[in-house]
Write a protein that binds this ligand. Structure first.
Ligand code: NAD
Length: 459
């Protein structure tokens, strides 16, 4: 969590569980950003002259350093944004353990492709775009920077990373580790909030890789439009879970609770809307309530805590307001809902919700599971698609052909059948509708960080 102090230009990182200051850093003055971008452009000439493989080799030793520092990075992330310590350390380890394979996948994805016909042989090259602005959120404070920065760097771009104001310290530590190996000016952290983010978008950059809310994504797209800057926007979601009447209710309820309350619901692919067949609704709700009772909310560094606080008071107020409005409009509280001190919101289950309620339309980003009954598979599909979002979705049902038919008709970038929405290794992370514009990860995602060029000659 952050607290800005414009007079001194310091950005304070505040522990959302305790209110203590974790640390402070000077904000990057917005008027210094064009100069930093210029320096990145100068550095790009040398960096861009290397091959994809050479750039990957420069970065490769950083994996061992990240691994050695995973515990410290995880602790810092947990203190800055309130994620339970094992999850935060797990995220740091995930980044370190996957680092080398990610480099290899990017290098392979960006290799030349030869196409030929009777007369012409063409080579498709994946060339650098130039200078990349990477702007990231706080909910996965290490993974989001890594997913943006690595493909951009290996593609030959230089990068200015503007992490969330809530988790700046850990992101700056991440850049410090990579900068032990990178030439000067190739990766530059920018410290601040939306003002610094906007200054970066308006500066002379060639690619903007943004992960964050739909609202900010729209602003960035508008700011990028006058000079047609390339944008990759990974935005918010309102993921549905459809529980068919033949579903394994034990598994569906366990998934619903895990995926609604993980990271205190502050996950872009959190299950935020649950549609359950009316005939199994009561049993499903009972199982959800049992699973929820087993969660332990508390201090993120206390052993056994599974649900921490919201990232800040603003996020808590938003979530509580959505719950209160839904209850006033007729929703039934099955679990949670009681007031909690500080930035905590109890894991909450609501039933008897409908799409007239804001909580079923806007992203909540909190530990809330909303359950609505349906009477036919067609109705479930209609409800799941009644949203401007389209990031992830899940369908639970034993008849796989029927579950697959429902899954195919849900308009989301990633749909899981009897599991979460994330694909196998090598799959992109992709949203449709207002959840995304461009995407990252997997070979298809990595190529979006490069400029495709076609060099042809007669055969
Ligand atoms: P946010 O949009 O408030 O902020 C994201 C980043 O944008 C921050 O670094 C912020 O300082 C910066 N920013 C704010 N205004 C800006 C502007 N005008 N120009 C440039 N930069 C600006 O989002 P958040 O609260 O940090 O993160 C939560 C959101 O991120 C949720 O909507 C969540 O669903 C989404 N998210 C999406 C994915 C995905 O993969 N699709 C992953 C994680 C989070």
């Amino acid at each position: 969590m952050r607290d800005l102090e414009p007079a001194s230009g310091l950005l304070h990182s505040i522990d959302p569980a305790t209110g203590e200051t974790v640390g402070s850093l000077p904000r990057t003055p917005t008027d210094a950003i064009p100069r930093l971008v210029f320096q990145a452009r100068e550095a790009q000439r040398g960096w861009g002259a290397l091959s994809h493989g050479q750039r990957a080799e420069v970065l490769r030793p950083a994996a061992a350093r990240l691994k050695a520092e995973a515990r410290r990075l995880g602790e810092l992330a947990s203190r800055e944004m309130g994620k339970p310590l094992p999850e935060a350390v797990g995220e740091a380890n995930y980044c370190a353990d996957g680092f080398a394979a990610e480099l290899d996948e990017i290098v392979a994805a960006l290799a030349d492709i030869v196409r030929e016909d009777a007369r012409t042989q063409s080579t498709l090259r994946h060339a650098p775009l130039g200078v990349c602005a990477a702007i990231t959120p706080w909910n996965f404070p290490l993974l989001m920077p890594q997913q943006s920065v690595l493909p951009a760097l290996v593609a030959g771009n230089t990068v200015l990373l503007k992490p969330s104001e809530e988790t700046t310290l850990v992101a700056v530590e991440y850049t410090r580790i990579l900068n032990e190996f990178l030439p000067a000016g190739v990766l530059t952290p920018v410290v601040g909030d939306g003002a610094q983010g906007r200054a970066l978008v308006l500066a002379d950059v060639d690619l903007i890789v943004f992960t964050g809310s739909r609202e900010t994504g729209k602003r960035i797209m508008a700011d990028a439009a006058p000079s047609l800057k390339r944008v990759i926007l990974e935005l918010g979601g309102k993921d549905p879970l459809v529980v068919l009447d033949d579903a394994d209710l034990e598994a569906a309820a366990a998934f619903a609770v895990r995926n609604s309350f993980r990271n205190a619901g502050q996950v872009c692919v959190s299950t935020e809307r649950i549609y359950v067949a009316r005939s199994v609704r009561e049993e499903f709700l009972r199982k959800m309530a049992d699973n929820t009772a087993a969660l332990r909310q508390g201090h993120p560094r206390e052993q056994g805590t599974t649900v921490g606080p919201m990232v800040n008071a603003r996020q808590k107020a938003k979530v509580v307001a959505q719950i209160d409005a839904a209850v006033s409009a007729g929703a039934t509280l099955i679990a949670g809902g009681e007031p909690r001190d500080g930035n905590f919101v109890a894991p909450t289950i609501l039933s008897d919700v409908d799409h007239a309620m804001e909580i079923m339309r806007e992203e909540t980003f909190g530990p809330v599971a909303c359950v609505q009954a349906f009477d036919s598979d067609d109705a479930a599909v209609r409800l799941a698609n009644d949203t401007p979002f389209g990031l992830g979705a899940a369908v639970f049902g034993r008849d796989l052909a029927r579950a697959a038919s429902v899954a195919e008709r849900i308009h989301a970038g990633m749909v899981g059948i009897n599991q979460g929405c994330g694909g196998a290794d090598g799959c992109p992370w992709v949203g449709v509708k207002e959840s995304g514009y461009g995407f990252h990860s997997g070979p298809e995602g990595h190529r979006q960080f490069a400029q495709v060029r076609v060099i042809s000659r007669a055969r």
